[in-house]
Design a protein around this ligand. Structure first.
Ligand SMILES: Nc1ncnc2c1ncn2[C@@H]1O[C@H](COP(=O)(O)OP(=O)(O)OP(=O)(O)O)[C@@H](O)[C@H]1O
Ligand SMILES: [Mg+2]
Length: 264
């Protein structure tokens, strides 16, 4: 499919809020939450989802091929950069995606201080066109996460609901604090979202462990087989049943209200 130059219809002139969906642990639900939360937010507002992972799972949900990707926008190591609005693709009304590709795996080593803010510079060019920009981060704590956090206003942390999910969150907390101190004092914690939640399991011990570091969302995302199945079939949230749709619509409401509170 040819990429087209995207026009936007956003009416107000506020800059979009940028949210990193981050956890350096693999498989906690970053991509699942990025995909369905973006779509849920896009029911009312204009949303860009940035696939910031060389695995390109979010991109594959929508596209068979991505001739150009976010990596081509970065201008890393003196490479000529393509404007983001030429790479962004529309997937649904009010819902655009900046795809990734395996080439992003080359983005590992900073050669100068400018390499820490390449993603921020890319997103600055399109921020006015969106209400929310969500960044689906890769499972890493390195240059890639640092770029996402430097580009962001907020961080949302998906956490699997199981005892040892607390391990490693102090490292993530440490990275966020370092970025706040050194590069992006405006970065705020939106909170941790419990994913793969099962009613039969007690949450209290895990919640206490997480709350030492992050505020916790009231909304939890249940374990539902329909979620991996939807991803295999490329089925969007609007076509999922209410047991999947409603938690994500509630999560979107909680995100809006937390951001509104913090912007007061
Ligand atoms: N609530 C859920 N119920 C059932 N399966 C889920 C749920 N959330 C995520 N999964 C499944 O768990 C797997 C990992 O989820 P996902 O890809 O979203 O995690 P991730 O944090 O993005 O992983 P990675 O770190 O590799 O990018 C996927 O197969 C996904 O479909
Ligand atoms: Mg992922």
């Amino acid at each position: 499919m040819a990429t087209k130059n995207i026009k936007t219809t956003k009416k107000n002139n506020k800059l979009g809020k940028i949210i990193s969906i981050s956890n350096q642990k693999g498989g906690e639900g970053k991509t699942s939450i990025s995909l369905f939360l973006s779509e849920a937010l896009a029911e009312k507002e204009k949303v860009l989802l940035v696939d910031w992972d060389a695995q390109a799972n979010a991109s594959r949900f929508f596209f068979k091929e991505t001739p150009t990707s976010v990596f081509d926008c970065l201008g890393y190591r003196g490479k000529e950069s393509i404007p983001a609005n030429k790479v962004i693709r529309e997937v649904h009304k009010n819902f655009h995606v900046l795809p990734s590709s395996i080439s992003l795996a080359n983005f590992t080593t900073p050669f100068g201080v400018e390499d820490f803010s390449l993603l921020r510079d890319v997103l600055e060019t399109v921020r006015k066109d969106y209400d929310y920009i969500l960044i689906d981060c890769s499972p890493s704590l390195g240059l890639s996460l640092e770029n996402a956090l430097i580009a962001s206003d907020y961080v949302l942390i998906p956490i699997q609901t199981r005892a040892f999910s607390v391990q490693g969150i102090s490292d993530l907390y440490g990275t966020i604090e370092k970025i706040k101190k050194k590069a992006n004092p405006g970065l705020k914690l939106l909170g941790a979202v419990f994913n793969l939640y099962e009613e039969s399991r007690a949450l209290s011990g895990l919640a206490e462990g997480v709350k030492k570091y992050f505020p916790v969302f009231k909304t939890v995302i249940p374990r539902k087989e329909g979620i991996p199945q939807a991803q295999v079939k490329g089925k969007m949230l609007k076509d999922c049943d209410d047991k999947i749709r409603i938690p994500f619509l509630e999560l979107a409401m909680e995100v809006r209200s937390k951001i509104n509170d913090k912007e007061k």
